[in-house]
Design a protein around this ligand. Structure first.
Ligand SMILES: Cc1cc2nc3c(=O)[nH]c(=O)nc-3n(C[C@H](O)[C@H](O)[C@H](O)COP(=O)(O)OP(=O)(O)OC[C@H]3O[C@@H](n4cnc5c(N)ncnc54)[C@H](O)[C@@H]3O)c2cc1C
Length: 148
């Protein structure tokens, strides 16, 4: 059994961001996810300027936005002709690149369980999460994942 302050089930964008922020804040964090590196997944191709402003408040934006492409301008085409050019401030990415860049921000003290959470139970003094377990190990750091 692994004792921890906080267990996070799922290391997608939300879970990885929570692990990075809570780990940096000094909590004992355990992140559980069946994938060592977030796998290829077609979705969430951009954040806009308002989302980027929220991301900046987390202190994680510098590293994560480096893995994106800022567009700057959007061309609108109809019937094969460019009819408008609009300034934009969006950051484009492949979802897995973005999540793995977020995972790269997770500090080394965070524990990683490479498994699925199979059930969660609570009581007045103890919360327990079971996993169909594989390895439990300290977060190795995954800066290399941001480059995949
Ligand atoms: C087609 C599409 C396009 C989108 N485009 C945009 C966009 O352009 N901009 C935008 O802001 N949003 C977009 N979204 C929404 C965005 O993708 C989601 O809001 C966001 O990805 C949700 O992140 P998450 O961390 O909650 O979930 P996920 O990233 O799905 O992460 C869930 C994690 O949980 C893990 N997991 C699942 N079950 C278990 C278990 N039992 N135990 C442990 N781990 C588990 C999975 O392995 C995964 O790593 C889009 C969504 C779709 C579907």
């Amino acid at each position: 059994m692994t004792a921890t302050d906080i267990i996070i089930a799922g290391g997608g964008l939300a879970g990885s961001m929570a692990a990075a922020m809570l780990g940096r804040a000094g909590y004992g964090v355990t992140l559980v996810d069946p994938h060592e590196a977030y796998p290829s997944d077609f979705r969430a191709e951009k954040v806009d300027i308002s989302q980027a402003a929220i991301l900046r408040k987390t202190g994680l934006a510098d590293g994560v936005l480096r893995a994106t492409t800022a567009d700057g301008e959007c061309w609108v085409a109809r019937m094969g002709h460019v009819v408008d050019r609009r300034p934009t401030s969006q950051f484009g990415f492949l979802y897995e690149t973005f999540v793995n860049a977020m995972r790269a921000e997770i500090p080394l003290g965070v524990r990683f369980i490479n498994a699925k959470v199979t059930d969660i139970s609570t009581s007045a003094d103890r919360q327990r999460g079971n996993s169909a377990g594989r390895a439990v190990h300290p977060w190795q750091g995954c800066r290399h994942l941001a480059e995949r």
